[in-house]
Design a protein around this ligand. Structure first.
Ligand code: IFL
Length: 473
């Protein structure tokens, strides 16, 4: 378990210490379990510079191999579409923009901005997933606009949000359908879930502030309230819901799959907009989770799926995505539970090096072998660190970063993993768009404490788009 104070006796210079452990950064090397005691925090600035250098290195490969494409496949040097097969929307580029700006990679930022101005149009006769389009593209464009002030970024964000609003308007309850045709406004897939109906309030709220149009935030809040009004006596919601009937379609309350960012956006809406309804709902939901969903297996705290009315466990698995909750619990004032839950994932990181995509909570064994280059552990560490600046969260994040470098670095960027149980781990061939927006930003903010970020005002979306806290010189 992590020590609160790390002594110099245990200190290894980060690069030297990792090299001694066989983790000097060769692609796909076996990564033995690093103990947090093996790292000390004596040179965070150097580690921050290292993160920036890795980001720039990966960006250069994206420019060379996949410019304007949604995602790079960094082993083969090919690219893939994310939203619409065969029609790319520059996803990785847009997700990278505010990270580039924070890192003061200004030429790269400008090149990305020029591409948005010259090449990005949403007038496409094809269906796009409303949730993903919002958190990645609307969020990325709004954040880039907040960074540099360019009005074209705001125009593009508004144009896209207006197209997504059709998915809300089509439902009798204001619950967005999962997919909308960006050109015609036609909708499909009414069987949806909390995350996909309830992850709009921060992007839409900031967009509303910037445009003076409160329809966006009202639509986002209405959808969330609909589900919140159906909470059980235990204060829990089922995770699956139907946009046409307005009814839950499962009995499973979940903190991760189908649900996670719904809960983040309750608290974030309080932080960003001072919305007291959202604050109350966040506190009530988190309180109900801790009371009825938090369960111990072999002494470790997990939040498996439970029946939303009886709170009986319905599945004995938890994904790595659930780690976000450790940070959110800290944010809403339930820090003991947050630290407790982080300790569960910390142990998984120490045991498996890369936290499994999904874990059997009874045995702490991986369910499946591949992972998606996930950022949630670092996300939780950042939110807890912002709360009290305890050094141990940075140490855990440094481990997360070094493990990623040791296992996921490929010829043309960073990749998902196909098998974390082999040594060396088998690499996949995809860099998800969120890598550009999430973990590299979390690492850089924590290690470098960049001058373009005011840590006391910082507010990030679920995709880590900066929605407040830029410092413009
Ligand atoms: O897109 C990311 C985002 O944080 C989210 N869900 C999962 C992704 C990262 O794992 O809301």
């Amino acid at each position: 378990m992590i020590q609160n104070r790390l002594t110099r006796r245990h200190a290894l210079a980060l690069s030297g210490g990792l090299a001694a452990l066989g983790l000097s950064g060769l692609p796909a090397q076996a990564a033995p379990s690093l103990r947090s005691e093996a790292l000390s925090g004596e040179d965070w600035a150097a580690l921050g510079a290292d993160v920036k250098a890795e980001f720039k290195w990966a960006w250069d490969h994206y420019v060379a191999k996949a410019w304007g494409k949604d995602e790079i496949n960094p082993v083969s040097g090919t690219a893939r579409s994310f939203f619409i097969e065969g029609h790319d929307l520059g996803l990785s580029l847009i997700e990278a923009l505010d990270t580039l700006w924070i890192m003061e990679l200004d030429e790269e930022f400008q090149a990305g901005l020029d591409w948005v101005k010259s090449s990005l149009s949403f007038d496409i006769d094809a269906y796009s997933q409303v949730f993903e389009t919002n958190i990645r593209l609307v969020g990325g464009l709004v954040s880039a606009h907040l960074a540099c002030g360019d009005p074209v970024l705001l125009e593009k964000a508004k144009d896209l949000a207006d197209r997504l609003m059709k998915a809300f308007d089509a439902s009798p309850h204001g619950l967005p359908y999962r997919y909308v045709n960006l050109k015609t406004g036609a909708v499909r897939d009414p069987e949806t879930n909390l995350a996909e109906i309830g992850t709009y309030a921060t992007e839409f709220g900031v967009l509303g502030q910037l445009t003076g149009d409160d329809r966006y935030y009202a639509a986002a809040k209405r959808a969330m309230k609909h589900a919140l009004d159906m909470r059980s006596d235990k204060g829990l919601m089922a995770a699956n819901i139907h946009a046409e009937t307005g009814l839950f379609t499962s009995r499973n309350a979940s903190i991760d799959v189908y649900a996670d960012s719904f809960y983040e956006y309750l608290w974030d809406s309080w932080e960003l907009f001072g919305d007291t309804d959202m604050k109350r709902w966040a506190e009530e939901c988190m309180g109900a989770m801790v009371a009825h969903q938090g369960k111990r297996f072999d002494g470790r705290l997990w939040f498996p799926m439970v029946d939303y009315e009886t709170a009986e466990t319905t599945a004995y698995s938890q994904t790595v995505l659930g780690a976000y909750l450790a940070g959110l619990l800290g944010q809403v004032g339930l820090k003991t539970a947050g630290d407790d839950f982080l300790a569960t994932y910390t142990e998984m990181q120490e045991q498996y090096v890369i936290i499994p995509e999904s874990t059997d909570v009874r045995t702490r064994t991986p369910r499946g072998k591949g992972t998606g280059l996930r950022p949630e552990f670092a996300d939780a560490c950042l939110n807890l660190w912002l709360g009290d600046r305890d050094e141990r969260y940075r140490v855990l994040t440094a481990l997360h970063y070094q493990h990623m470098k040791a296992t996921s670095k490929a010829a043309f960027g960073y990749t998902s993993l196909a098998d974390i149980t082999t040594r060396p781990m088998a690499q996949g061939d995809n860099c998800p768009g969120y890598w550009w927006s999430e973990q590299m930003k979390y690492y850089f903010i924590m290690f470098a404490e960049p001058k373009r970020i005011d840590l006391d005002r910082l507010q990030l979306s679920t995709e880590a788009c900066v929605l407040r806290g830029f410092v413009r010189g």
